[in-house]
Design a protein. Structure first.
Lengths: 437, 293
């Protein structure tokens, strides 16, 4: 059947040719010298040549369109020759987007990332060391704890932007039912546990739900790695005691026996299956519309810190990728967005906290008008100067955090032996650290 | 030359070419490219180095990867259960009872529902104070609530149940098509010889369905090893590593930790395992079909 074979061969050749073509187009390695079609002079090192900065944010459009458009217009008018192109992506998409754009050689210039992601990319050498570009004064204008969360080996990889610390939300209806007084909230973690116990006994409802993550260790003063970050340091009697206590609380029903993600926690609090919630002020946005009855009965107070007196924050930062071709202008723009004046303005609009020292002096952050949002804001802005986004700070931090989370799950969900599991996780973490050399 | 272009087979190839092109670019090319990629430590954002077989050596020392392979193999246990139940459902639904067409549609609805929606609903049904716990407590089968998706001994099997629930309709439809290809006179002949319903199934239906059973088993095995959606949405591999299947682990290594070189190596190992399982299924199947009798 010659005709058959001819048709087959022709089509096959066509297919192979097309795929080669497409592969050749998309298969570029990370060579920085890709010729960029169309755009104006990309080196941008010479003043006077028009420069376009690509600015990416996470989930801020369209809610804050006015704020940013005004801010960008202000910057462009005071920096002639610089244009800012603003793009916004949802949280799950930004890492993929950054990867694909880096792979194709067209990196954005200023990117909004959370500290964990910034730390991960920074440790892999993908971000600019901002210490080389910032003045001392600029670097010191941020709260140390938060700024140092992304400093690895003396290199600063991110400028802190907006942040939030955790507060304690209480369902006053359940709390009062249990015979407790919401006006005198628990001052220590131990008291919080007692309150949770009483709520469980008197109302049958659990105290709170928790996600089993590696941060539980540093909250109680147990470091994950040793000082030089060369070995695991969490396999201690204190860790055993902490985990044993958590296991007992779960068995009692005081803490829900589940590895509850944030979305689950929202569900449980909205469904009044727990009386307390430990998270940042943005939690309010989730219950305001979906559970208005619970929202009415909720108050926010300062969250008691654990044994380490550690105030954990969750910050969003701005980073400049290494592959950006306009690094000077990018850093300048990033510093502008995160300066005290602009951070204060943004916090007022977005219900978040600023990470710049000067901003916190604005009375907006210490005055409450009685609404839940204001209470939460005041509660979370206290001790912001001691706050830190605790990060393990090594390239394979993700693996280490996963190993610890899995270990906690094995112990608390699967009933594994605490000592044995800690030993196994310690071995795994040390293995992960050794792979980095 | 013109004769060739106007011939039927050329037209056939021309129609297939766009689809083949799509497959070539999005399926075959990535598979082929994965081989050299697995010999590097590519991570998009850092420098790439050739590391030879390091990734493969590391894979076999990677405790979590071996666990994920084991979990994927356990997941294959869902295959015989799905196949048997779908064949039975197809036989039932093939009957002439009035209103049976409604059942066909009903059983197929889970198949066309988005896995995300299905997973979310099941997570509510199975959660603490969810419907499943409530019913089992009421009936007395349970004495206290079980955290179905948070307990290592039950989590994987619950996920397998959800996969089965969603996939039954699909295989049922395939078997239904097969059943309708069985000539009715074979059943007649068997009945004349005194065969009851059970013997009809064993000696007529099943042998003639053999080719369909082979096909469905192979794709079911592949699907079971590669299962991702329900695991990632409901448990992300937890608690511990009890539901960590190979696809979830590879996803974590590649797209969450950016170790694309290592992830490619893992992917190749899993492909080899799937290929081996498929060959096994082919060998276990003797020839059957309409030519049996």
């Amino acid at each position: 059947m010659t005709t058959n074979r001819k048709g087959f061969t022709v089509s096959l050749l066509l297919v192979v040719m097309m795929s080669m073509l497409l592969a050749a187009c998309g298969g570029n390695d990370n060579t920085a010298g890709t010729p960029s079609p169309g755009n104006t002079g990309e080196t941008g090192a010479e003043a006077g040549k028009p420069v376009t900065l690509e600015f990416w944010t996470i989930a801020l459009q369209p809610t804050f369109n006015d704020y940013f458009n005004e801010l960008i217009a202000k910057y462009e008018s005071s920096h002639p020759g610089v244009k800012v192109e603003w793009k916004d992506y949802p949280y799950d998409a930004i890492s993929q987007r950054l990867l694909t754009s880096t792979a194709s050689g067209k990196s954005p210039d200023v990117v909004n990332l959370n500290t964990e992601f910034a730390s991960q990319l920074g440790s892999k050498g993908a971000l600019l060391n901002l210490n080389e570009y910032l003045t001392d004064e600029e670097a010191k204008s941020y709260f140390e704890g938060i700024y140092n969360s992304t400093v690895l080996d003396g290199k600063a990889y991110a400028l802190p932007w907006y942040t939030g610390t955790e507060v304690l939300f209480m369902n006053t209806k359940l709390v009062k039912e249990a015979g407790l007084d919401p006006a005198n909230p628990p001052q220590t973690r131990e008291e919080l546990v007692e309150w949770a116990r009483q709520v469980h006994e008197k109302t049958g409802v659990a105290g709170y739900a928790q996600q089993l993550i590696s941060k539980l260790f540093p909250i109680d003063g147990i470091p994950i790695l040793n000082e030089d970050k060369t070995a695991a340091a969490f396999n201690t009697p204190e860790a055993e005691a902490m985990i044993a206590q958590m296991r007992d609380l779960m068995a009692e029903g005081v803490v829900l026996k589940e590895d509850a993600e944030f979305s689950k926690q929202i569900q449980y609090f909205s469904g009044e299956q727990v009386a307390f919630q430990l998270s940042g002020p943005t939690f309010i946005n989730f219950i305001k519309k979906s559970a208005p009855d619970v929202y009415k009965n909720t108050i926010a107070v300062t969250l008691p810190t654990g044994k380490a007196n550690l105030r954990l924050s969750n910050s969003m930062d701005l980073v400049v990728p290494q592959k950006s071709k306009k690094t000077e202008q990018a850093v300048e723009f990033a510093a502008f967005i995160t300066n005290a004046e602009n951070q204060t303005a943004f916090s007022k609009v977005a219900n978040t906290l600023p990470s710049s020292k000067a901003s916190i002096e604005d009375p907006f952050f210490t005055q409450s008008d009685g609404s839940l949002e204001a209470e939460a804001k005041v509660a979370s802005s206290q001790s912001l100067d001691k706050a830190t986004d605790y990060m393990v700070g090594v390239p394979n931090a993700g693996d280490i955090n996963s190993a610890l989370a899995r270990g906690l799950q094995e112990i608390l969900m699967n009933g594994a032996d605490i000592k044995e599991t800690l030993n196994a996780v310690e071995k795994e973490v040390n293995q992960i650290l050794n792979q980095e050399s | 030359m013109y004769k060739a272009i106007r011939s039927e087979s050329f037209a056939a190839w021309a129609f297939m070419a766009p689809g083949l092109l799509f497959l070539a670019v999005f399926t075959f090319w990535p598979i082929i490219y994965g081989v050299p990629l697995s010999l590097t430590d590519y991570s998009v954002i850092t420098e790439t180095h050739f590391v030879g077989l390091d990734n493969f050596i590391r894979a076999f020392q990677d405790h979590n990867f071996l666990i994920s392979l084991w979990n994927s193999l356990v997941y294959v246990l869902v295959v015989p259960v799905i196949q048997i139940i779908s064949i039975l459902m197809a036989i039932l639904v093939n009957s002439r009872i009035p209103g049976v067409k409604m059942f066909r549609a009903a059983y197929y609805i889970p198949v066309v529902t988005s896995m995300v929606a299905v997973a979310l609903i099941w997570s509510w049904l199975l959660g603490n104070n969810g419907v499943v716990n409530y019913l089992l407590l009421k009936v007395g089968i349970l004495s206290e609530q079980v955290s179905w998706l948070s307990t290592s001994s039950t989590a994987l099997y619950v996920l397998m149940f959800i996969t089965m629930w969603k996939g039954l309709g699909y295989y049922m439809m395939l078997y239904l098509a097969g059943l309708q290809g069985i000539p009715a006179d074979l059943y007649e002949a068997a009945r004349v010889d005194g065969a009851g319903p059970l013997r009809l199934i064993i000696h007529v239906t099943l042998p003639l369905l053999r080719p369909h059973i082979l096909f469905c088993t192979v794709i079911s095995v592949m699907g079971a090893v590669r299962v991702f959606d329900e695991v990632y949405i409901l448990t992300k591999g937890g608690p511990g590593t009890s539901t960590l299947t190979s696809s979830v682990y590879i996803f974590q290594k590649g797209l969450e930790q950016f170790n694309f070189g290592y992830a490619s190596a893992l992917g190749l190992i899993v492909s080899v395992m799937v290929a081996a399982l498929s060959v096994l299924v082919f060998r276990l199947n003797r020839r059957g079909g309409v030519n049996t009798y």
